[in-house]
Design a binder for this molecule. Structure first.
Ligand code: GDP
Ligand code: IMO
Ligand code: MG
Length: 426
């Protein structure tokens, strides 16, 4: 039995797409379990670059089954665009399956996200994620399967929902509402396109695991964006942490035997909220430029800072990490010295654990250790042994501070720029 969960250990954009694609070569099945088109996962193979939002990052391998699980909120328009975009580039999407139970992101969710974010200032991706998950929890949402099996029931409930949402959008916010008939026609045409991809994905994944196939669960976002364990309210509206893989796909926790934390060699964050190791000076700008830290989904510049081991230890605990995949090590190539935050100072005390309260986090000062850089180009290195001594020392320091060993190190965006220390699906 080989089921592996891959999660972001920080605030997203750790390089999950790249690592998933790398591991997908040996996997039989890659499964997305939460989030939606707010995710932006980049895969680079030779001179081709793919940006994936809803489709699992295993899609470039025609024999790897790619599953969009029940926990993913689906914007049908975006999904169709993504499928057609891949097909236009010669990628076969016949290996894609989407859960009948996946909730829909509807045009009014995107409108509400846009309006509400002006007030809450979270800095969302405006993809309708929060409002779509809110409707799911409120039991006023719709699932893909509703458009296939009980169309009359759907139409009736949908009409009521459009009226309710219009009342909020028009009366509360004074903006233009939606035309029920227009929306319905659009949804009915979209579902015709997607119907062949729909499946009972919980059963598919369960059977794959039972048959001893290699299954990889690809998290979107990251630990600190988790609705329960992240920096609330500056979070997304789902559970990117490892536990989310079970509820977001319909498999039991006893099926999972490994959890990989993807760790960027420094820290970034998009959107608002506290960030103790943020660098607002030219060092931060250097990281942004060298790391090309601009959002894959929204193009926004990412906030950049030093690596934070307090966050990583928290990610180890919340996700039960068994392995690390350290990415973007090459971005630190030119630094003379590199800092790692090992604890926080708050109100005269030393904190070694990630604080429970956001107001405390906002006032935490990072306590740093400083280590020597390696000041040489590592983008062509293909084995761990070949890495400069100071690069290995940096990695070993991360292992020591987190108590978890690395299995993979990425030294560039391309599939080939990945160093394997320990095989994941052996
Ligand atoms: P994800 O959301 O976690 O999949 O990450 P993104 O794709 O949003 O952002 C990661 C960015 O870093 C992408 O542009 C990747 O191509 C790039 N990347 C991934 N790994 C590496 C690496 O090891 N080195 C460098 N220089 N870039 C990387
Ligand atoms: P990947 O999968 C980085 C952030 C947004 C915002 C907050 C809430 O590429 O790592 P949302 O639209 O989800 O309601 O926005 O979460 N956010 C991400 N940040 N990477 C992501 O995905 C993100 N998805 C959402 O910037 O702060
Ligand atoms: Mg991303």
């Amino acid at each position: 039995m080989s089921a592996v969960v891959l999660v972001g250990a920080q605030w997203g954009d750790e390089g999950k797409g790249k690592i998933t694609d790398f591991l997908a070569e040996r996997a039989d099945c890659v499964v997305r379990y939460q989030g939606g088109s707010n995710a932006g996962h980049t895969v680079e193979v030779q001179n081709e670059k793919f940006m994936l939002h809803l489709i699992p990052s295993g899609i470039l391998y025609p024999n790897t089954l790619c599953v969009v699980g029940n926990g993913v909120v689906v914007d049908m328009g975006k999904l169709i665009e993504e499928i057609q975009g891949l097909q236009a580039r010669g990628i076969d999407t016949g290996n894609l399956c989407i859960s009948f139970r996946a909730p829909l992101v509807l045009p009014y969710h995107k409108k509400l996200d846009e309006i509400e974010d002006r007030k809450s200032c979270i800095g969302t991706t405006k993809r309708g994620i929060g409002p779509a998950y809110a409707d799911k929890i409120n039991r006023t949402g719709f699932r893909l399967g509703d458009l296939v099996v009980d169309r009359d029931g759907f139409k009736e409930r949908f009409k009521q929902q459009v009226e309710d949402k219009n009342r909020i959008i028009q009366e509360l916010y004074g903006e233009a509402g939606f035309d029920y008939k227009e929306l319905l026609d659009q949804l009915l045409s979209q579902i015709e396109f997607l119907k062949p991809y729909l499946a009972d994905t919980s059963l598919l994944v369960h059977n794959a695991i039972k048959e001893g196939k290699r299954v990889l669960f690809e998290g979107a976002q990251g630990t600190l964006l988790d609705i329960d364990h992240g920096t609330y309210p500056y979070v997304t509206s789902s559970n990117p942490t490892a536990g989310g893989a079970c509820v977001g796909t319909g498999i039991g926790p006893t099926c999972i035997n490994q959890v990989i934390g993807v760790v960027k060699a420094y820290t970034t964050r998009v959107g608002e909220g506290p960030f103790p190791t943020e660098l607002t000076d030219e060092l931060g700008e250097t990281l942004r430029q060298k790391g090309v830290e601009f959002g894959t989904t929204t193009g926004r510049p990412r906030r950049c800072g030093w690596l934070d081991a307090v966050i990583l230890r928290y990610a180890v605990r919340i996700n039960g990490l068994t392995d690390l995949a350290i990415t973007k090590l090459d971005v630190l190539d030119s630094f003379e010295t590199i800092k790692i935050c090992v604890a926080y100072r708050y109100d005269g005390q030393l904190l070694e654990e990630f604080p429970e309260n956001l107001a405390i986090l906002g006032k935490c000062e990072p306590v740093y250790i400083e280590v020597p850089g390696w000041q040489q180009d590592i983008t062509g290195v293909t084995s761990y042994e070949e890495l400069p001594a100071n690069a290995k020392a940096y990695i070993e320091k991360i292992e020591e501070l987190t108590g978890v060993k690395q299995a993979l190190v990425a030294v560039g965006p391309k599939r080939s720029q990945t160093i394997v220390s320990r095989q994941i699906f052996d």
